[in-house]
Design a protein around this ligand. Sequence first.
Ligand code: COI
Length: 355
Amino acid sequence: MAYQFEITKTEHPKAKPDQANLDFGTLFTDHMFIMDYEEGKGWFDGRIVPYGPLAMDPASTVFHYGQEMFEGLKAYKTKADKILLFRPDRNAARMNASNDRICMPIIDEALTLEAIKALVKVDSDWIPTAPGTSLYIRPFVISTEAFLGVRAAKQYKFIIIMSPVGAYYKGGLAPTKIYVEDEYVRAVSGGTGFAKVGGNYAASLKAQQKAYAKGYAQVLWLDGVERKYVEEIGTSNAFFVIDDEVITSPLTGSILPGITRDSVLTLLKKWGIKVSEKRLTIQEVADASKDGHLKEVFATGTAAVISPVGELGWMNQSYIINAQQIGPISQRIYDTLVGIQTGELADEFGWTVEV
Ligand code: COI
């Protein structure tokens, strides 16, 4: 089915930013997509309008009980001027897993994809092309019903905004210093850890601030029950290279099923590198580091793609990884993923979707 979205163009287009100095997520394009939902009517009136503030009732349940989910994906412009999205079908599917977990209505995945494409087309001249830049696309759903009782709302908005971005971490691919968090936890099985809901991120801020205050860039989360298994790094999935094996946490409900995570697993398997989705304790990581077996640690996510870790801080001890240099596996994955995303490398997995 082909979807038609009414388009209202802005009369006040903004000046485009300097591509050499793009931060992450501070500037927004000229337009946004909005669609409404009402119980009994379903989703309706998908439209593209000038980017701007929303007028909302202060009793809207999102402000009180946090029915909110978001996604993140990127658009790239190739040298031949084609626009590519990276595995957007995965975002559309994960969006519904998140919607379902917090009792928000699911959205036809084909519609989500068409809405993203339509908005990217309207603001296509906002896609930066300097190395390390992209157009970050942020679809999200909020509950808008004005009601103070606690139950799933009957009205929602699905919105997509976009932001031309540079590197997520200021230092780009420079290895980061990560604090192993042993007080706060991010998620437990049965909770919302696998869903991309705002509440997970609000709950993570305290630990992030603690890490910043100690001079670290992010936290490494341990599991919420035994507090000994490594789970995620900040808002990203975590990978550990011990000898010739690459290890990441299995998807047991507390881990976000990252699209970059899945792509990394696929690439490693294709390259004949041993990969395991298995639980790994922080003690095993520390021992491997002491014995010289810990070769690389890296985080994966849409925003940062690959973020190498140069140092782990745990129990007042510092573990230096690969002499604080990016390792060969991290570098190869980064080059390959970005190469595919930007159309510089052949896409043998059929991951990119042309707009
Ligand atoms: C991602 O890297 O995919 C993220 O979710 C980061 C985002 C919260 C900025």
